[in-house]
Design a binder for this molecule. Structure first.
Ligand code: AHR
Length: 529
């Protein structure tokens, strides 16, 4: 029996609109002998894929900033002015993405003035996370240097929980006021940065329903108004991001926007839900059922995007407000840290790479709705792209997925239809089902097509027909990330256990037959002709 692959969404809000329209939907397309097909609808555009949906998150927590990014100018670890050189070299390979800083929960205790001026004179505080001293060695200027070295764009999260609108607005002024125009601009110049930093992305609080102040949605909306009222732009078109719900909490979104709409509507460009798909089993030890269960949970991002978008549409029918999923990823129990001081650090396996890939494909398919997304977190934490400890550094399989997906940046997302039976998994009398194949496609110019596919089956390969509706392939190159062990991962000693492999193919024409390896991520670079 053929089944629809990803058609959840809108369960709770079916009446709200068409936001959950099938993305990977069944078509009348002819399936291959195996019954599996992917039809790429070359002339059905969805939207432009912003590189910012491939963004990162770096918080003052555990080993993310200190050890991960910042090793110090006197360190024997190769560094550029205190910033880990290997990290810079790798982040540069991610493209023009955004990095969110300084939290997370940390943001709602962070006072930006603690992190500027001569390092020796900066106050030391207890960190938000565990009772460890936050030295404030790494502050606004150091973060900007990191962003410039990597050629990524900064995104600042402001303190609503324990800060004030005045403090926040002064941070904006310190960063963005034209040279010489205000006392804060002069102070910035005295700290080595005469020209404005031009910070565009500003988050107003973080998880305001939780560690960001435990507000009700109505109270947070009141705070949001105060923080964003009368905010000078200093010539920079600000992109303001409001703290969205915990996962797909529809009540938070509905109540916030009901309040927002009851008077003057404060400016909001981005609405920021957080979705952690959590864990099943353990980072390294899990059963095959738990493999599927984790991917199934990750795939709830599809539902979240559809549901949240539908509610936004009730209050903002023109959909000027977009989604900014500024924290997402797996969250496994402790036990696989490379350094015990690295709170929440986890080993990333092939399973997490598939979580990343299927989530990125989901964002690509919703390119018209999602402006930015930030995986949590960049280094030495949850679902990280890198692990570092002293002079040791390794890229996890997640990094390779992000790099594999780079051709999607800035490309035009187009629809695909997937025709494939779902995979059933247990345990229990009523097994659950997950898509067998899902993915996304995008076009650059007239001739380049990028198709990425996640194949979830843990043991069997899939013979699939790829039908190019409206075009024909002249040349196809294939890149595959997989391993025979589902929990395969890269370590300091064996950094290349899970890496992508690229090969030319002899695939040509309007219908391509290829075999997807079990438990794999595949990218096809198709030159149309
Ligand atoms: O990413 C770790 C923490 O998870 C963040 O600080 C917080 O926003 C979330 O709950």
């Amino acid at each position: 029996m053929k089944r629809r692959t990803i058609l959840r969404g809108l369960a709770g809000v079916a009446a709200l609109g068409s936001a959950g329209a099938a993305i990977n939907r069944i078509s009348g397309a002819r399936a291959g002998a195996s019954g599996l097909s992917v039809t790429v609808l070359l002339d059905e555009p969805i939207g432009t894929i912003r590189p910012a949906i491939y963004s990162q998150f770096a918080e003052h927590i555990g080993g993310v900033i200190y050890d991960g990014i910042w090793v110090g100018t006197d360190s024997k670890v190769p560094n550029i002015g205190g910033i880990r050189k290997a990290l810079v070299e790798h982040v540069t390979r991610l493209g023009k993405v955004v990095v969110r800083w300084p939290g997370g929960c940390f943001a709602d205790r962070y006072h930006w003035r603690d992190g500027i001026g001569p390092v020796g004179a900066r106050p030391r505080r207890f960190g938000r996370w565990r009772e460890v001293t936050e030295p404030n060695t790494f502050g606004t200027h150091e973060f900007i240097r990191f962003c410039r070295l990597c050629d990524v764009e900064p995104y600042f999260a402001a303190n609503v929980g324990t800060g004030s609108p005045e403090e926040y607005q002064q941070w904006v002024e310190y960063c963005n006021a034209p040279a010489g125009s205000t006392t804060l601009a002069d102070e910035r110049a005295a700290n080595g940065q005469r020209e404005p930093l031009g910070i565009r992305y500003w988050g107003v609080g973080n998880e305001s329903w939780g560690c960001g102040g435990k507000f009700t949605p109505e109270d947070y909306c009141g705070e949001y108004r105060k923080f964003t009222e009368w905010l000078p732009e200093y010539g920079v078109k600000l992109y303001l991001i409001a703290a969205g719900p915990n996962s797909n909490d529809l009540d938070w979104t509905r109540r916030f926007f009901t309040k927002w709409a009851d008077g003057t509507r404060a400016p909001i460009q981005g609405w920021a839900p957080h979705y952690y798909c959590g864990t099943t089993g353990h980072a390294l030890k899990f059963t095959t059922d738990q493999w599927y269960e984790q991917l199934f949970k990750a795939n709830q991002m599809e539902t979240l995007i559809g549901d949240q978008w539908a509610i936004l549409g009730l209050f903002d029918p023109e959909h000027k407000i977009k989604l900014v999923v500024d924290e997402w990823g797996s969250w496994h129990p402790a036990g696989t840290e490379v350094n015990q001081d690295h709170l929440f650090e986890q080993m990333g396996t092939l399973r997490d790479a598939l979580v990343a890939a299927l989530t990125l494909d989901t964002f690509n398919r919703h390119a018209n709705k999602v402006d930015m997304a930030n995986i949590a977190q960049l280094v030495n934490n949850l679902h990280s792209l890198f692990l570092a400890d002293g002079d040791r550094f390794v890229a996890t399989p997640n990094f390779h997925v992000f790099e594999m997906y780079r051709p999607h940046h800035g490309a035009r997302s187009v629809r695909i239809d997937v025709h494939a039976p779902e995979v059933a998994f247990g345990p229990g009398k009523w097994p659950k089902r997950i898509f067998r194949i899902a993915g996304s496609a995008s076009r650059t110019g007239q001739r380049q097509l990028t198709l990425t596919l996640v194949h979830t089956h843990a043991t069997d390969p899939a013979e699939v027909s790829i039908l190019l509706r409206g075009g024909s392939a002249r040349e196809v190159r294939q890149t595959v990330l997989t391993h025979k062990e589902l929990n395969a991962h890269n370590t300091f000693d064996q950094p290349e256990t899970v890496v992508p492999r690229s090969t030319p193919t002899d695939l040509r024409g309007p219908e391509l037959h290829c075999v997807l390896a079990p438990a794999s991520v595949t990218r096809l670079d198709v030159t149309l002709g």
